[in-house]
Design a protein around this ligand. Structure first.
Ligand code: PMP
Length: 423
């Protein structure tokens, strides 16, 4: 399969070989690398990617959820061009900043006040800083398989370069594990924050159980710790108010990112007035800098997206289409090792060890068959479908039903052709 891939993609290989001379492994974003070399995209439009060798792909990766609007949404393009014509890099306040903040608050009732950053990673950094200053405590409860940015990664077997906080690591979806970690009185007394993805995104598309997330809310209340929901990926779910609206759980703080900046660099953190007031420059408890925090292109694109395109109704429709796709895929894969986890418009394709296996925590997918995932990935690329090497899919608004029908048919063909491997 790899030899065939190489022969089809000689120009991408040439671009990669040049990149290796200047960037470690030719790469500046680890997750985008795959063997034998990654494709180079030259152009994108709607839900289509065009690579350097002239192949066309249906983009089902959707930039890990940041590409919600597709590659050329007219209202987003118009907003960016209009902002561009008014000039770059003001170094001052401007009206779109508050407009975007207002739109975010409308969707997330738990957010009284919000601040912007350039990435989800920075949003995590600032939320944890706020929790520590607010509680005057230090420890942070995180979950195995959790991902809150490049400096906050808790995947099993990872060798992350994490920010040096005092982390307590519990098992995702396990109330018992949380209680066990906090049965140590020092851990309980010094707990500043619990940070959790209401669905593990990078960790494999594993939804949090209501019981588990409720338990985190209660635990944070009891111990006087700050409950932070990382909704950087999940904010698009249900009617666009994230999993917290759906579950009716009110975190003290929320981190956001990805599509909410309209497809431009973006991150945000918000929460109760009490906590967020720490950032009020008039009282100056926590200084929060960042040259591009309120950059005019992101603020304009983000505002246009929430105001004009990703309305609650549009969110419900996209998410229903995602759920239908996931069910169809699981249907055709019944009895095989292929399983699709996730929620609505975000999903992950796995190859489990046995056809009966259920996926409820990261430990369930630790022994997944990576060779089969690699094989499927190359097969999909050859047939014109772009997903992440490890099976991650995020639908954009630009993907059509015809695209999805074609994708289901291609997965079906893969299962038929590789029957001896996948059952
Ligand atoms: N939190 C979650 C849940 C994420 O999925 C990500 C990015 N994949 C981040 C935080 C970090 O965001 P960024 O890549 O913008 O730094």
């Amino acid at each position: 399969a790899e030899a065939h891939y190489t022969a089809r993609n000689l120009e991408s290989r040439r671009i990669y070989n040049e990149a290796v001379k200047h960037l470690p492994g030719g790469n500046t974003r680890t997750v985008l690398y795959y063997d034998p070399f990654p494709l180079a995209t030259v152009r994108a439009e709607g839900a289509r990617l065009f690579d350097a060798d002239g192949h066309e792909y249906v983009d089902l990766l959707g930039e890990y959820t940041a590409g919600l609007y597709g590659h050329s949404e007219p209202a987003i393009m118009a907003a960016i061009l209009e902002a561009l014509q008014s000039g770059l890099n003001f170094g001052s306040h401007h009206a779109n900043e508050a407009a975007l903040a207002r739109l975010i608050k409308l969707r997330f009732p738990s957010i009284d006040l919000v601040r912007f950053t350039n990435s989800g990673t920075e949003a995590t950094l600032m939320a944890l800083a706020a929790a520590r200053v607010y509680t005057r405590k230090n420890r942070i409860l995180v979950f195995e398989g959790g991902y809150h940015g490049g400096a906050f990664s808790f995947a099993h077997g990872d060798s992350p370069v994490n920010a040096p906080y005092k982390y307590l690591v519990a098992r995702y979806n396990s109330v018992e594990s949380v209680d066990a970690v906090l049965s140590d009185p020092t851990n309980a007394q010094d707990l500043a924050a619990i940070i959790v993805e209401p669905m593990l995104g990078s960790g494999g598309g594993i939804p949090g159980k209501r019981l588990f997330l409720d338990h985190l809310r209660k635990t944070a209340n009891t111990l006087g710790a700050v409950l932070i929901f990382d909704e950087v990926m999940t904010s698009r779910l249900h009617s666009g108010g994230g999993l917290q609206s759906h579950l009716d759980i009110r975190p003290d703080m929320t981190t956001l990112g990805k599509y909410i900046g309209g497809g431009m660099s973006f991150g945000a953190f918000g929460g109760t007035e009490d906590i967020m007031s720490l950032f009020d420059p008039r009282t100056g408890k926590i200084a929060h800098a960042g040259t591009f925090n309120n950059n005019v292109l992101t603020m304009a694109a983000g505002r246009a997206g929430l105001e004009k395109i990703f309305t609650p109704d549009a969110a419900l429709k996209l998410n229903a289409r995602g759920e239908a796709l996931r069910q169809r895929l699981n249907q055709i894969a019944t009895g095989s090792l292929l399983k699709v986890s996730g929620c609505q418009s975000i999903m992950v394709i796995h190859f489990t060890l046995t056809p009966e296996e259920h996926i409820t925590c990261p430990q369930d997918i630790a022994d997944d068959d990576k060779a089969l995932s690699d094989l499927l990935h190359l097969y999909l690329l050859e047939h014109g479908y772009y997903i992440a090497r490890r099976g991650f899919i995020a639908l954009s608004l630009a993907v059509t039903d015809t695209d999805l029908d074609g994708f289901v048919k291609t997965i079906q063909e893969f299962l038929t052709q590789h029957q001896s491997l996948v059952t």
